[in-house]
Design a protein around this ligand. Structure first.
Ligand SMILES: Cc1cc2nc3c(=O)[nH]c(=O)nc-3n(C[C@H](O)[C@H](O)[C@H](O)COP(=O)(O)OP(=O)(O)OC[C@H]3O[C@@H](n4cnc5c(N)ncnc54)[C@H](O)[C@@H]3O)c2cc1C
Ligand SMILES: *[C@@H]1O[C@H](CO)[C@@H](O)[C@H](O)[C@H]1NC(C)=O
Ligand SMILES: *[C@@H]1O[C@H](CO)[C@@H](O)[C@H](O)[C@H]1NC(C)=O
Ligand SMILES: *[C@@H]1O[C@H](CO)[C@@H](O)[C@H](O)[C@H]1NC(C)=O
Length: 501
């Protein structure tokens, strides 16, 4: 076993490898001399931004690599989860820790005085969020969710009422918010708050006019500019095919063109692609989610101009208010699995597994399939029908109900069993930090998640996320997210769903 290693970038940081394979749990932290971040989504780019401004990292060379087209040098890649026309920005969470983090992020989303502020230039819109669910409405004064709860039992209605309780608690400390949240106890109230002159049935919910949505593509472009302006980060356009390691330590990454990027510390933030590089069975699974975009007229947009985002937690279906005459409908569901044998063997769960690995035991894992690699890709009929159902239920404009989608998209989550992110040092491999498992809800934290992740890298993870963001012992290799927000059926296979007409 190596007691030290050298690499082109690793210079000062004496990376000593334990002879026992104990995980790097030491509370002491000494900054690496070089850091390689794989992936420039919300997690990767956000962390680069945070670390580039930390004095402790002032001598650390930071490199970000992404599957960007070298000619366009766009970070992140166009099929990343972090890029789209819109993402909901809310503090409406069943879990108090995420509710507080959402509120913290919103302070920054709301900054729009100067064009360089995050929320300016149409990057953030506070048009409200109507959160509804089916089932038996909750009793009045539901207390906030207990800190420790078996999340696997949450239904959409559970999620909605705990979220309502959390938002009431946030409102108790914030008079402005108090004036913005209202319960919608029945169909009539839901319809009134949908502000479209009709549409939306269902049992119970609430409106939060202090929630909004962000133009995800434009916001990521803003973030990329912020990072570039620090002058501290080197961007590399390239596809990582494998993680390099020596003994029990990860030393860098190999690119498809043969280049090797070496670093003292490697941060893997490849979103739904993570399983192509590292065995994360039992931790997270890539699930494909359906989106549809509809071109609408100026008059139709005007009719919907006051609508909030409507999110039905029982079906996972949601509609974001239209902009630029485009209406987007999406489904936050269990999603599709796309079992694929990775082109290169992912780094195994542990160095000892690496030593005994046999080449003929290639396992398939769910990996993203996007229109970037298959321009003919469309969404399964089952998903398209669900999007239509949402349109019919939520938007009282019959002229839209059968209008063909202008564009559809499969967007990929990295889903964990509880919906918690995995932001931690790898328990077995040294010099490897991971940030994946976004579980379809990380975008809103864009302005703050990098700092929280940086805290974890510096071994002072925010206490409220300590038990949540850990690499957890896996009980099963099958991962299904049961956080109470998902619609549809678990375990659908993309190829089978696409084959059905
Ligand atoms: C349809 C949909 C709707 C959503 N709605 C919301 C919402 O309303 N509100 C909200 O807060 N969140 C929402 N989310 C979730 C949010 O978008 C994600 O949680 C977040 O963008 C994940 O960021 P990430 O950095 O983990 O992943 P990504 O943004 O996917 O970034 C990963 C990056 O890694 C790169 N990469 C992967 N493999 C390699 C490789 N081998 N070599 C080099 N680079 C690589 C990719 O190109 C990509 O740029 C939604 C997500 C989807 C898909
Ligand atoms: C960075 O390097 C300079 C010059 O060697 C040194 O004085 C300084 O203390 C270093 N900073 C950190 C945070 O290590
Ligand atoms: C939520 O979705 C369920 C299941 O599709 C549906 O029955 C219900 O009417 C919807 N509720 C609202 C308020 O849209
Ligand atoms: C595995 O099971 C244990 C005991 O039931 C539980 O505490 C733990 O959270 C489970 N881990 C995962 C990843 O579900």
């Amino acid at each position: 076993m190596d007691s030290s290693f050298s690499s082109s970038l690793a210079a000062t940081n004496a990376t000593t490898t334990n002879t026992t394979s104990s995980p790097p749990t030491s509370s002491t932290f000494s900054p690496p001399s070089s850091l390689l971040i794989i992936g420039s989504g919300v997690f990767g780019l956000g962390t680069a931004w945070a670390l580039s401004r930390r004095p402790a990292f002032s001598n650390c060379s930071i490199t970000v690599v992404d599957r960007s087209d070298p000619n366009t040098n766009v970070f992140p890649a166009s099929d990343a989860a972090s890029v789209d026309t819109s993402r909901i920005v809310r503090a409406d969470y069943a879990d108090p820790a995420y509710a507080a983090l959402g509120a913290e992020a919103q302070v920054l989303w709301r900054q729009q005085t100067s064009p360089t502020d995050l929320g300016a230039c149409g990057r953030y819109h506070e048009s409200g969020l109507l959160l509804v669910a089916d089932g038996v409405p909750p009793p009045p004064n539901t207390p906030p969710r207990p800190a420790i709860i078996d999340k696997t039992k949450l239904t959409g209605m559970d999620y909605a009422r705990y979220s309502w309780a959390n938002v009431l608690q946030l409102a108790a400390q914030n008079p402005a918010l108090a004036g913005q949240v209202r319960e919608t106890p029945d169909v009539a109230a839901i319809r009134a708050e949908a502000r479209t002159g009709g549409g939306s049935s269902g049992a119970w919910g609430y409106i939060n006019d202090g929630s909004g949505w962000a133009d995800a593509g434009a916001s990521m472009a803003w973030l990329y500019q912020q990072v570039k302006q620090t002058g501290r980060v080197t961007f590399v356009a390239g596809t990582v095919t494998s993680l390099e390691h020596k003994g029990s330590a990860v030393t860098g990454a190999k690119l498809s063109d043969g280049r090797v990027l070496s670093a003292d510390l490697v941060m893997l933030a490849a979103g739904a692609w993570t399983a192509s590089l590292l065995d994360i069975s039992g931790q997270a699974v890539a699930t494909g989610q359906v989106l549809g975009y509809l071109d609408i007229t100026e008059a139709e947009q005007a009719q919907l101009s006051n609508m909030p985002t409507i999110l039905n937690l029982s079906s996972g279906l949601f509609i974001i208010p239209p902009r630029n005459r485009v209406l987007k409908i999406a489904r936050h569901a269990y999603g599709y699995l796309n079992p694929t044998v990775p082109q290169t063997e992912p780094l195994p769960q542990s160095p000892s597994a690496a030593a005994t690995f046999k080449c003929d035991s290639q396992q398939s894992v769910s990996l993203p399939l996007t229109s970037a690699s298959d321009p003919t890709l469309s969404i399964p009929a089952e998903g398209a029908e669900d999007l239509r159902a949402a349109l019919r239920e939520m938007v009282p404009l019959p002229a839209l109900w059968d209008r063909p989608f202008t564009k559809t998209r499969l967007c990929w989550y990295s889903d964990t069993p509880t919906g918690d992110f995995v932001v931690d040092y790898h328990p077995q491999w040294q010099n490897l930090f991971v940030a994946f498992g976004d579980s379809g809800h990380a975008f809103k934290f864009m302005p703050v998640i990098g700092d929280k992740t940086a805290d974890c890298i510096m071994k002072s993870c925010p206490p409220e996320f300590k038990g949540k963001w850990h690499w957890k012992p896996a009980n099963s290799s099958t991962v299904v997210t049961e956080d109470g927000t998902r619609g549809g059926k678990p375990g659908l296979i993309l190829a089978e769903a696409l084959a059905q007409r």
